[in-house]
Design a protein around this ligand. Structure first.
Ligand code: TYM
Length: 334
């Protein structure tokens, strides 16, 4: 079977970018009988960006409930919390011993943090940057390689991390023999980057997100806030530079998108377009939102699902870690 694996960092409320970039393609893939899915909550990754324990706990609950409400079948998919599988951090150390420091110097997240320091005129370019941030791609490689993932559905921002996981796997294999599978990123081209309220990439760090299960009233309010140009209602408009259109495109069918394209050419008022987008997304998400709202009242049920998933993940991870320890010359655990 083909192993499909993906994770979401537990630092906030899951948003439409997470949905179209990762959750939706992952749930679709999980329905293929030739696929073995591993989906998880990256709570160790969350520690890199967030030092508020309550927020991490709440986010873990919300993201788990989101997957479940959207219809993930956890009898089939192995659905777990990263921190419930200690083999992941164990592997991360072993991988860090074959990973070139230079490779990590090139990671986008680290480079962006350095650039921000330089832009602020800081003397020390590494100011405030933790080893967690620096080694982030190694932990992510461990997530992926431990389960021999073939395919990793992600948004465009994660491509570099998957490539680094491949590099690290190839390096390890070169030294110790062919233990790891080289993973591939799976990107949905049309929705590789979903835009946020301000027209930049939708991201927790930009504070421009639309939560997947925002209540109806809030959803409408957020969509009304999406930035547009100031063309008058009757003027023809360019769909390809329009945030509203690009979000619609991530949800609607090809025919619906073509029909809307025509309306842009004829001239559609922004207010009308926003109302249309709101109704479309709301209809799309409504039933799942009701399931989500019911589920989130029962953290103990979610916890139980995660515990069981963690056990199943370890059943796969333990024997493989035994092989890896043996390969590098470390005694097996008692
Ligand atoms: P995270 O939590 O930032 O995002 C989770 C997933 O959502 C995708 N995504 C988007 N896709 C399209 N448009 C957007 N605006 C958008 N914003 C977010 C991300 O690309 C990602 O697929 N490091 C990862 C979590 C992780 C992981 C892994 C993923 C840890 N280990 C192993 C895959 C495999 C992260 O922080 O994603």
């Amino acid at each position: 079977k083909e192993i499909v694996l993906t994770g979401i960092t537990t630092t906030g409320t899951p948003h439409l970018g997470n949905y179209v970039g990762a959750i939706r393609p992952a749930i679709e893939a999980s329905r293929d009988p030739n696929v073995k899915p591993f989906y998880f909550l990256a709570d160790y990754h969350a520690l890199i960006k967030c030092q508020e324990p309550a927020r991490i706990k709440q986010s873990t609950l919300e993201i788990a409930a989101t997957w479940l409400a959207l219809g993930l079948d956890t009898d089939n998919a192995v659905f777990y919390r990263q921190s419930d599988v200690p083999e992941i951090t164990e592997l991360a150390w072993i991988l860090s011993c074959v990973t070139a420091k230079g490779l990590m110097n090139r990671a986008h997240a680290y480079k962006a943090a350095v650039q921000e320091n330089l832009d602020k005129g800081e003397k020390d370019p590494d100011k405030g940057i933790t080893m967690g941030l620096y080694c982030y791609p190694i932990l992510m490689a461990a997530d992926i390689l431990l389960f021999k993932a073939n395919k990793v559905p992600v948004g465009k921002d994660q491509i570099q991390h998957i490539e680094m996981a491949r590099d690290i796997a190839a390096r390890f294999n070169h030294i110790y023999g062919r233990y790891f599978v080289l993973p591939e990123a799976v990107i949905q081209e049309e929705t590789a980057v979903l835009l946020g309220l301000d027209g930049r990439k939708m991201s927790k760090s930009y504070d421009n997100t639309i939560p997947i299960f925002a209540r109806e009233k809030r959803l409408r309010k957020l969509i009304m806030k999406i930035k547009t140009n100031s063309l008058p209602p009757e003027a023809p408009k360019d769909p390809d530079t329009c945030t509203l259109f690009s979000i619609y495109q991530a949800f609607a069918t090809k025919e619906e998108v073509e029909a809307l394209r025509k309306r842009y050419q004829e001239g559609i008022a922004w207010g009308e377009m926003k109302q249309l987008l709101f109704e479309y997304i709301n209809a799309h998400i409504k039933d799942a939102r009701a399931r989500y709202e019911a589920l989130i009242q029962h953290p103990e049920r979610i916890e139980q699902v995660l515990r069981q998933g963690g056990e199943r993940a370890r059943e796969v991870a333990r024997p493989f870690m035994r092989e890896i320890r043996e390969a590098v010359g470390i005694a097996p655990l008692a």
